[in-house]
Design a protein around this ligand. Structure first.
Ligand code: HEM
Ligand SMILES: [Ca+2]
Length: 675
């Protein structure tokens, strides 16, 4: 069925080049079925393949040599109007929640380590950024009743259905031009997303679609997504309703704010980038994940190669991670994510062992905390120096997000914003590829899997050499080019079971924006310093005319356009993967997350996290080092998120022993400073 839904073209025998795309005409043919078009236009394909290979060669050579150079002179857009201290007038800090419902915490001012739940990072506002506190809003909530009912059009009617928007604006806009980045880039993005944002959904087992024609429905079921009758995919299944449940609000967390206040949504994760997706965001979870021996995390070790993985339990014929393992941080969400959780579990335990060797008398507690501190620091370092420059552009990241003069600023609220979590960062769902490859050490593709076939089912990772093979697949397969649309599988088959039709992630994302009361696109333009669009044609400053026409057909006013919809249609900024408004919201979050974090790894103020020689080591650690420490993958390109071609350039890569060994000597000096 999956392959009925998508057109899958494999170009020649080139293992590197698998494309997935729906064709508008194919999708719309007589009986609506889609078919393989493998042998059509054979000569044209051979010619195109040749042209792509030649241009990939040229682009890869150029990017290999230029990607690490710093002479980037793309102009910075002067549109970032959020006060760089995060203090712009509209920033809503959810003070009412803090006053009425936040737990009272007492802090040990001398504590060297972050708390597990993120409290006591900011000593004046000890609950800022801690788990189970609200997302902050950069712009006030937008609901039709001012409290929780979904936003409506300016003409008083309902907004267009999220699925209708998907079909008319995005589904057919797939392009299969290979990206210069690899699939690992996407996976790092999701890993960081789960560190800083976990919005709990009100899943109560109700079949919301069965109530769709009833007058009163439960609150959780208020926002089901209407599917148009002529939907190119769902109509074949006679589906006119997509299940969707609303996110939990502070009320679900026993905090009823004033009845006149708009819904407040809670973040289950610590808002800081601190590895909470690995360690948990509350003391109970954290303690169930620890082995309490030599600072290590609990793991299962395979008998044949002694490789570790996260604890998991078998359910029927498959398995999922033991429910106690990061169950709310999305570890099971897809196979790539499960791989990252195994990788970081191994990395933590690797660091703990190295520290134990460096300082043999350290206790389990000190080894755990010091290892956790190093792992968290490395995640921050990779995010700010390897990931963000690729997503936001090098110059923008350096000048806006990493502005040198700003160190820790206690008045900056580090909390994840609703606009980031339910909007801007989800723009990167567009780089999620439809398929992953398993690649062996000779770079031969052993297997290709659909990304939607392995949700909540990571057992495949635990078989044979699959961990290394999938990792090689992520490293050496081109990523999905950033484009307005999401891939056809996550657009139709998310959470499908038994090969049946699933849900549409793009519809979900649009609807989640409405559910959480995100401001419409025009408000974010204003926030980010773009002129407020008075008519649709004013959007020409950031998006193509064709898309503007399509928007006009869907929405009755330019003021109604959903934030995510506008953000996806924006042309990416120079050197960036995202457009103007999403770059501004993502940049704002990562700026605040750095200067608002008292424990940021290279903060110059107190408490200093590392001695200067330790910091030098931390700053030399890249994702390459982590891969080398945790897998059998050797030979890595310097720019870890770049797609390089293995056949031709293996000499341009370094082996783990040549380049990527971590030196723990600076920790040995601590021998005298025992706990
Ligand atoms: C295979 C890859 C991925 C899959 C299958 C996936 C799937 C999902 C799903 C199902 C949701 C919840 C939707 C809802 O009900 O509102 C979600 C949320 C989210 N995703 Fe992804 N995603 C992937 C990759 C990414 C990437 C690459 C990023 C960003 C770089 C990202 C950022 C987010 C964010 C910020 C949220 C909101 C999280 C929360 O607050 O709970 N995701 N994703
Ligand atoms: Ca966190």
């Amino acid at each position: 069925m999956v392959n009925d839904l998508i057109l899958l073209e494999t170009f020649g025998k080139d293992e590197e080049t698998t494309f997935l795309l729906p064709r508008r005409n194919d999708l719309k043919n007589d009986n609506g079925r889609i078919f393989y078009g493998k042998h059509r236009f054979k000569m044209l394909i051979i010619f195109l393949t040749f042209a792509i290979l030649v241009s990939t060669f040229v682009i890869s050579v150029i990017s290999f040599w230029t990607v690490n150079s710093s002479d980037d002179d793309s102009p910075i857009q002067s549109t970032y109007s959020i006060d760089k201290f995060g203090n712009h007038s509209t920033l809503l800090k959810n003070d009412n929640y803090i006053k009425q419902c936040a737990t009272i915490v007492s802090c040990d001012f001398n504590d060297k380590y972050r708390t597990i739940n993120g409290t006591c990072n900011n000593l004046n506002n000890p609950t800022w950024g801690s788990s189970n506190t609200p997302f902050i809003r950069l712009v006030g909530a937008h609901y039709s009743d001012g409290i929780s009912k979904l936003r409506i059009s300016s003409d008083g009617k309902s907004l267009p259905s999220a699925r209708k928007i998907q079909v008319q604006l995005f589904l057919y806009k797939q392009t299969n031009i290979p990206d210069i980045n690899n699939q690992l880039l996407m996976q790092w993005g999701q890993f960081v997303a789960h560190d800083v944002s976990i919005l709990e959904i009100d899943v109560n087992g109700e079949d919301c679609c069965s109530y769709q024609n009833q007058l009163s429905v439960s609150k959780a079921c208020e926002a089901i997504i209407k599917i148009p009758m002529d939907d190119p995919v769902y109509s074949k299944y006679n589906k006119t309703c997509m299940e969707f449940t609303r996110a939990m609000t502070s009320i679900n967390y026993s905090c009823s704010l004033q009845s006149s206040e708009p819904s407040t949504f809670m973040n289950d994760a610590t808002h800081y980038i601190d590895g909470s997706q690995i360690y948990g965001s509350d003391d109970h979870t954290a303690s169930t994940l620890r082995s309490y021996t030599n600072g290590k995390m609990k793991s299962v070790t395979r008998e044949d190669d002694f490789q570790e993985s996260c604890p998991y339990s078998f359910v029927g014929s498959s398995s999922s991670f033991n429910k106690t393992y990061s169950s709310n941080s999305g570890a099971n969400s897809n196979l790539g994510m499960a791989l990252f959780h195994d990788m970081f579990l191994r990395f933590h335990n690797f660091v703990a062992l190295e520290l134990k060797n460096a300082v043999p008398l350290w206790s389990d507690e000190t080894l755990y905390q010091e290892s956790r501190k190093i792992v968290g620091a490395v995640i921050q370092h990779i995010t700010y120096t390897q990931f963000l420059p690729t997503i936001l552009g090098k110059k923008y990241t350096e000048e806006r997000v990493l502005a040198e003069d700003d160190d820790y600023i206690a008045t900056v609220n580090p909390s994840t914003s609703q606009e980031f979590s339910a909007g801007a960062f989800r723009v990167l769902h567009s780089i999620v590829p439809a398929q992953h490859r398993f690649v062996d050490s000779k770079y031969i593709t052993l297997r290709t899997i659909n990304v939607t076939d392995w949700t909540d089912c990571p057992y495949l990772l635990r078989q044979g050499s699959n961990f290394d093979d999938l990792l090689r697949g992520l490293l050496f397969t081109e990523g999905r080019l950033r484009q307005p649309s999401y891939n056809p599988l996550i657009s139709n088959l998310m959470f499908h079971s038994n090969n049946l039709i699933g849900v549409d992630l793009l519809s979900y994302d649009i609807q989640r924006g409405r559910d959480t009361g995100l401001p419409p696109y025009n408000k974010i333009r204003e926030l980010c310093g773009l002129p407020v669009a008075k008519s649709f044609t004013d959007l020409i400053d950031v998006m193509p005319l064709d898309d503007i026409y399509d928007l006009e057909k869907l929405y009755s006013s330019v003021d109604d356009v959903d934030f995510l919809v506008g953000a996806l249609l924006e042309t990416p900024e120079t050197d960036a993967l995202v457009g103007n408004t999403s770059r501004c919201i993502i940049g704002d979050f990562f700026y605040r997350s750095r200067v608002g974090d008292r424990f940021f790894y290279d903060g110059k103020n107190l408490p200093k996290q590392f001695s200067s020689d330790q910091l030098e080591i931390i700053k030399s650690i890249s994702l390459n080092h982590i891969i080398c420490a945790t897998s059998s993958v050797d030979n890595l390109q310097k720019h870890i998120f770049a797609k390089v071609d293995n056949g031709w350039y293996s000499s341009m890569k370094w082996t783990c022993n040549e380049k990527y060994i971590i030196d723990f000597k600076p920790w040995e000096k601590l021998f005298i400073n025992l706990h």
